[in-house]
Design a protein around this ligand. Sequence first.
Ligand code: CTP
Length: 417
Amino acid sequence: MSERPLAGRTVALCVAGGIAAYKAVVVARLLVQAGARVLPLMTASGARFVGKITLSGVCGEGVVDDMWDPKFAGEAHVAIADRADAVAIVPCTADLLARLAQGRADDLVAALALVARTPLILAPAMHPRMWAHPATRRNVAIVAADGRATLVGPVHGEVANGDVGFGRMSEPEAIFAAIVEAIGAIGVQAIGVEAIGRGADLAGKHVVVSAGPTVEDLDPVRFLGNRSTGKMGFAVAAAAAARGARVTLVTGPVSLPTPAGVERVDVRGALEMGAALDRALGDQLADADALVMAAAVSDWRPRERSPHKTKKGAEGTLTLELVKNPDLLAGVGARRGERARPVLVGFAVETDDLLGYARRKRAEKKVDLVVGNLAAHGFGGDDDEVVIVGDGTERPLRASKRAIADAILDEIAARLA
Ligand code: CTP
């Protein structure tokens, strides 16, 4: 990403009334540092939580909090919408979500959200019981179905009064990243558009994703690895987070940045990956709603790992003895048995008979879906050609890895609905 990815862009940053409002100041700062012009707005209750002077000082713009500000001749919401490349509501309270679901225009922020045609990024924050309440669930579902907004979070964690659950606002960096992504300022416009179309259909779900290669150390210097770059798994993790899920990403060594709002666990070998997945899935697999195994798990590891660098010696050959790694996905499939959750998705990289192997792996590993691709297509690129194999279904797809990720998540969301 360039250092000022938002140069020339304008973001309307709306602060609603919740304790998390103080973090909106940090979001404003990140946007300004990235080169954006930030137009700060506040609801009446937002102004109770953070000082106007603070916000306008950070943004270098006066705070607009009055629909009837004479400067705009009664059209403040339209004038601001026309200037902004994105509208972000940070934090988005339960009350504001309810008003957005109803399409109300009873204050400046709601009216702006209604009239804006640009990406709308919402960072919900509220007590976990408010987030879990059927009324809020309904409102989130309506806002998601409208397909106009990207929800970032909330995430699982501690809220202001010390209670723990889903409701804590995403961190400013994650919200900032979602705004950058939605605007398309890093040359990935399609990502924002795709994410916006889905809304927050995975809100409240925990999706565990594995990615990248596993590497099996031979000695402190050498390892056995494979050509996986992690792009597919990272795309799934990013897409799931953009759709509101809590995401745990267990990854082998890759050189990719952690997607916004994703909890990342770095591992090396297959056994270490297995242990990290077990922790994320929990006892009885009860802590996760879905597992997407995009990692290229090494089938073999050396029987012995030398604590010292192996010397080349005088011999012209070297024989390595390898032992089989457990099949992590098949292990989870067997433990799940007849239960419907977590939804299990595997991958199959093949050089021939793609459909045959994908179908067989689906049955043998007792998983819901296998995403098959040919080794010649998949590694390293941003696009891929896959077939998503389900129970008697086959969906071929040639698209960006992000779009494929969303197609996989569509299947998962349908099974979790
Ligand atoms: N997988 C796993 N543990 C392993 C090997 C593979 O969990 N030890 C998972 C991968 O993450 C992937 C799926 O199983 O989701 C299929 O992986 P793949 O390497 O294509 O298949 P294998 O079962 O290893 O079969 P083979 O290498 O013989 O084709």
